[in-house]
Design a protein around this ligand. Sequence first.
Ligand code: P6P
Length: 344
Amino acid sequence: MPEFKTLGQFIIEKQADFPFAKGELSRLLRDIGIAAKIVSREVNKAGLMDILGHSGAVNIQGESQQKLDVFANAQFISALRSGEECCAIASEEEEDVVGLGGSGAQYIVAIDPLDGSSNIDVNAPLGTIFSIYRRLSGDGSITMEDILQPGEAQVAAGYIIYGSSTMLVYTTGKGVNGFTLDPSIGEFCLSHPDIRTPAEGRIYSINEGNYIHFAGGVKRYIKFCQEKDERTYRPFDSRYIGSMVADLHRNLLKGGIFMYPATASSPKGKLRLLYECNPMAFIVEQAGGMASDGLTRIMELQLSELHQRSPIFIGSAQMVRQVEKLLAGNEVPTFEGVENGLKF
Ligand code: P6P
């Protein structure tokens, strides 16, 4: 068990890793941690309160907003607004960028406040995913250039998983560390220092219900995972809970690959590049893994719109490389190709 250290102590200790921050990033991560504790409290008692079910609103994605989605979005925006280190937020739950004013604030946060919300009323794990960027424009109003920065420009990224326990996992580009919430003291405590993901894994995570719509290379990889071959420990295990944070967190710790390819209903993939794919890619790469859209490294993809989607293949490096090879075979897809990333 690592020495006892709270998230706050750890952030301050690692402050020196961040040369140009005079504490602002530390305060930003602290603000996110505060909102995460509040959301965790509500998620953990959702079954007891009238907070289950739909708010009646619909988000930018046309998805019905569960009450907890709305609550989580409000909590993170409020915490970041009062922390005064963030000048703008791009949220899955907001059609446009939310400007926070705040003179001198240099950081932009892209966030999926509550990912996997379809799992809320079945008591399955949920998550929050966030990315942190520095604004490019010196001051004044925020530009879309400030917001649509490629994943490589992230200064920090993390997720919170609300599962059997609540964990915050983040990176500032110097490795990945995990903190478990101790409700008895209300602190995130260092529980998973320096997370490394195995180069090879035995878990593949994909919604096989979309099988007939996958490109041939994806179908070939799924069959590869299912074939018997003792030398390569196959068949692998299929694990898919329909909550990206939960599926990725398990694969990060145990080794494995998570795939959400382009499908007929989501020809550009389902997951959003800015606040789901990029932060997860930063974390997984920092832990020694890989993240690709099947052709291009996720963190090199150019963003042209706020809620842009992308196919994603992410996890153990060897497994991602295998899929890329099969996709490069240019198998004939069962639907027209996708614009960004894969070219069929
Ligand atoms: P499907 C949850 O809605 C989510 O955005 C991710 O958390 C999850 O990995 C994916 O969608 C599940 O999508 O189409 O398999 O239900």
